[in-house]
Design a protein around this ligand. Structure first.
Ligand code: TXA
Ligand code: MG
Length: 321
């Protein structure tokens, strides 16, 4: 198992040696390495068992530093950076050659983000290189929102986990870039698109998946629990499983089902608050996955704002690879 603590100097010295450190962010925990060191970045793919065609996001603490690593930040994206960084926003920017191919999977753009977690920002300030960091989960599984989640699955492969408590946003960053001067959202995430549109006007959403994500890699099957995971109208799905005597887990926004034992169901927010629900979603999926159940039934979230990003994750979790 990894050592868990809040020692920034220790994290820094491991990262400088090319080692892996798990870091907290406001979205999910990341599995970090020096992005300018190709060997260090390669060990991320190894630890996660991640295909090398899936590029990594680099993390840093200032736009001045970012300018060392990208050719330019287009004007409309600058507006978003000014408004939402530090925060759950990732920008796809034209990279300079100092960014190794392994980080971008050879693509021309590099994904960049300034996360808003205080501990990680403090760490990033002390580093003169960016941290490449995908979510700190084995490839295809649910993203971790606590140090314990990371330790359970990747603890054997990393020396240190920087513990920043539970993630406040709980969904990965929203990924945005430009194609022929048009702003495109490639991944729905912790930053509500309506907030982006309030700053720069209507944007195009292009989150469609493929098995070879030359555009942001959004694989159809992802975020997947090990158990059968079905999303739909729980009330009408439930009887067929209960009749067969199966043990059913239930995940809803606020609805309670009397037919199901209390301990086997999770309501994400009693008052139906989507922010609260988003922050709890991945931890809830994990804890249901850890129970002795035959199947997990999840209710779609209201299809607006963060609910859309949550539905995207539920959808991908329900598709078996
Ligand atoms: O909130 C987050 O974004 C978290 C935290 C740790 O920052 N990170 C995260 O990383 O979710 P990851 O690797 O799990 O997801 C990053 C997504 C991938 O689907 C990847 O394909 C896409 O970003 N991506 C990264 N670099 C890209 C690039 N140069 N062009 C297109 N897509 C890219
Ligand atoms: Mg991920």
């Amino acid at each position: 198992m990894a050592e868990i603590g809040q020692d920034i100097a220790k994290a820094k010295s491991l990262l400088e040696k090319g080692e892996l450190v798990a870091i907290p962010t406001e979205t999910v925990y990341g599995l970090a390495a020096n992005a300018l060191n190709p060997d260090a970045a390669a060990s991320i793919f190894e630890a996660k068992n991640r295909p090398s065609f899936d590029p990594l996001i680099i993390h840093t603490d200032s736009v001045d530093k970012i300018n060392q690593w990208v050719e330019e930040i287009p004007e409309s994206l600058t507006l978003l950076a000014e408004k939402f960084w530090p925060g759950p926003l990732t920008l796809l920017l034209p990279r300079k050659s100092i960014i190794p191919d392994i980080v971008t999977s050879g693509l021309d753009r590099v994904a960049v983000r300034i996360p808003s977690h205080p501990l990680t920002l403090e760490l990033l300030k002390t580093l003169d290189f960016p941290l490449a960091a995908p979510s700190a989960n084995p490839f295809g599984y649910i993203s971790p929102t606590s140090a314990e989640h990371v330790n359970k699955q990747l603890g054997d492969q990393i020396p240190y986990i920087l513990d920043g408590g539970p993630c406040q946003v709980g969904l990965e960053s929203t990924i945005v870039g430009i194609e022929e001067r048009e702003v495109i959202v490639y991944r729905l995430g912790g930053l509500d698109i309506r907030e982006i549109e309030a700053v720069i006007g209507t944007v195009k959403v292009k989150t469609h998946s493929s098995s070879n994500p030359s555009a942001p890699g959004l694989l159809e099957s992802h975020y997947a629990p090990r158990k059968p995971f079905i999303v739909g109208d729980v009330a009408s799905l439930l009887p067929q499983f209960l009749e067969k005597g199966q043990k059913v887990g239930v995940l809803t926004l606020s609805q309670i089902f009397r037919e199901v034992p209390e301990l086997d169901q999770i309501q994400l927010s009693a008052i139906g608050d989507l922010k609260e629900a988003a922050a709890k979603l991945f931890a809830a999926m994990r804890s249901l996955d850890d129970l002795n159940l035959d199947v997990i039934l999840a209710e779609w979230m209201p299809n607006e704002g963060l609910g859309k990003a949550m539905n995207d994750r539920l959808q991908r979790a329900s598709v078996k690879a």
